[in-house]
Design a protein around this ligand. Structure first.
Ligand code: ZN
Length: 194
């Protein structure tokens, strides 16, 4: 779907844009006036980690859960853990910082590195406490990623990297299509406009 047909959380609306009109995430470095979408800026990422700023919109994340977008392999690992009734634990650190729920729903549909317009339609999202094995397997079939909520995050800032680790999964929203979270995003924006 066209990126500009996805409703923007207000702080995303306020972000600088690239020449196509894409909002530029908080942690994206700039070079010669051009955002480098594939890269993560160390200083910007460190500021987000330290000050609890959303890695997409650069505004404060209130105390409580934080969200991120995960890829296919992690989506599958989470689904398997949930299906087996086990807590999901991934102690591997990642370079990707957390964000607001609305910002990550938005990013999952708009970021060209995450969205995949031609994937087939999947099942609607479900909350972990409503998941049964059948639902988990159905939801993840064809999923190429998920928006995942965690109770909190930890971080470490080294001279050349900012590492994040996420603890206690609280929400799991797999997606198989680029517009999978459109209704969820609209509902989130209606609930907590920022
Ligand atoms: Zn945000």
């Amino acid at each position: 779907m066209r990126f500009d047909s996805v409703p923007k959380p207000p702080p995303v609306e306020a972000r600088p844009r690239d020449t196509r009109g894409y909002p530029v995430p908080a942690i994206t470095p700039w070079h010669d006036g051009q955002p480098q979408f594939a890269l993560t800026d160390h200083e910007r990422s460190a500021a987000c980690a330290r000050d609890r700023l959303c890695s997409v919109c650069n505004t404060l994340m209130p105390a409580g859960p934080v969200w991120r977008v995960v890829g296919g392999a992690e989506t599958e690992a989470i689904a398997e853990a949930l299906a087996a009734g086990l807590p999901y634990r991934n102690l591997a650190a990642t370079l990707e910082g957390p964000g607001h729920r609305a910002c990550m729903l938005y990013a999952s549909m708009v970021c060209p590195y995450l969205a995949r317009p031609n994937a087939r339609r999947g099942m609607s999202a479900a909350r972990p406490d409503e998941l049964t094995e059948h639902v988990v397997r159905g939801a993840v079939r064809g999923a190429h990623g998920a928006v995942v909520g965690f109770a909190d995050y930890e971080f470490a800032i080294t001279p050349d990297r900012v590492l994040f680790r996420f603890v206690d999964l609280v929400e799991f929203l797999p997606h198989a299509t680029s517009d999978a979270h459109l209704d969820e995003l609209r509902a989130e924006l209606a609930r907590s406009p920022r």
